[in-house]
Unconditional design. Structure first.
Length: 347
């Protein structure tokens, strides 16, 4: 009986000692952090994580390397696919082993260290989410750029040509309408410009013919009252305008409709010419006459009246009145500056 009591006391003391020991060990240990393992009382982080104090933090070089690798692979796959869609050349599906030619090492991540495989796996996990993936007949992974993503890698010229092809039924009528409107606009503009120019030339013709008629009367018929139409045309038209026969034809039509102007053939220096003659006595306003006089001041002093140049019957020593002389003024009397002296050589 005494022996039993002694055994019970020893057992109770042993339990108390164990409880005190366990309580002391629990107070001295810390919980193991995530992504880490405790071996022989030391903290060891898993692959891809670095120890920072009592924590295991993911290695930034791994994330950066995986991100740049995915971006490079995406750029390559989408560029190849865009080239195939635009020109028919290039690849669509690419084997996963071929993608590692675009691996981008960053910091501690190298192809010959332990972090390489972890980075590779992390990049594959990202590519599975970003790119399209399939298994070929040999059970190998292949990747392709998604159709929505490849649109951002197409050149602008390719996008435009594909848009035209897809909307050809809408583009053709609109294009034809725009071309037609442009042609119509330029034709209307050209006709308006020609109409203004024809009216301007017609007014000048009437002024010259009327002035010539007044001049021939003021010098007692020494100068002919008519003007050769072809010489008047060459005098008024610019060199580039002479290449357009329609312009002067419109002027001739207006002259033909004008009852104040006679048109008839006449033999000039042995050649048959069409001449124009003003039949109504001067009705030019004073303002027009002043404008004509100011404009004639810019002409070369050697220019003579068309009528005086074509008149072959003047004799040496005679004077011919020239309305294009810078000093010409119908309101003033005749003077020596308004006359052109015909020398013996000119006769």
């Amino acid at each position: 009986m005494a022996m039993v009591v002694a055994v019970v006391k020893v057992d109770m003391q042993l339990r108390r000692w164990l409880q005190l020991t366990l309580h002391q060990d629990t107070d001295s240990c810390e919980p193991c952090p995530s992504n880490g393992e405790c071996n022989d009382g030391k903290l060891e982080c898993l692959d891809g994580y670095q120890k920072h104090g009592n924590l295991c933090v993911e290695d930034g070089d791994i994330n950066e390397s995986a991100r740049k690798t995915v971006e490079t692979v995406e750029r390559h796959l989408c560029g190849e696919y865009a080239q195939f869609l635009c020109s028919g050349t290039g690849s669509i599906w690419v084997h996963d082993d071929d993608l590692w030619n675009y691996f981008v090492p960053v910091g501690n991540v190298k192809e010959d260290n332990a972090l390489y495989n972890y980075t590779k796996q992390k990049a594959f996990d990202t590519m599975d989410k970003v790119l399209e993936m399939r298994f070929n007949s040999h059970g190998m992974k292949e990747f392709k750029c998604p159709d929505l993503l490849v649109e951002h890698y197409k050149p602008y010229a390719c996008r435009f040509s594909q848009w035209i092809t897809e909307n050809i039924l809408v583009v053709l009528p609109i294009g034809a309408m725009l071309v037609g409107c442009t042609i119509l606009f330029w034709n209307v503009r050209r006709k308006l410009r020609m109409s203004r120019r024809v009216e301007e030339l017609y007014n000048k013709v009437c002024e010259i013919l009327e002035e010539n008629a007044l001049t021939s009367k003021s010098v007692n018929g020494e100068c002919e009252p008519w003007v050769v139409a072809s010489r008047l045309r060459d005098h008024l038209l610019l060199p580039r305008e002479r290449k357009d026969p329609l312009l002067w034809k419109k002027v001739e039509e207006l002259v033909q409709e004008d009852s104040r102007v006679d048109r008839y053939p006449k033999l000039v220096k042995g050649e048959s010419k069409v001449v124009w003659e003003w039949q109504v006595e001067g009705s030019l306003s004073a303002s027009k006459m002043m404008t004509k006089r100011d404009a004639s001041k810019t002409m070369v002093n050697g220019n003579m009246d068309l009528n005086c140049q074509q008149r072959p019957t003047l004799k040496a020593g005679q004077w011919c009145y020239s309305p294009w002389n810078p000093n010409f003024d119908t309101a003033s009397s005749l003077n020596s500056d308004s006359l052109v002296y015909i020398t013996m050589a000119e006769a």
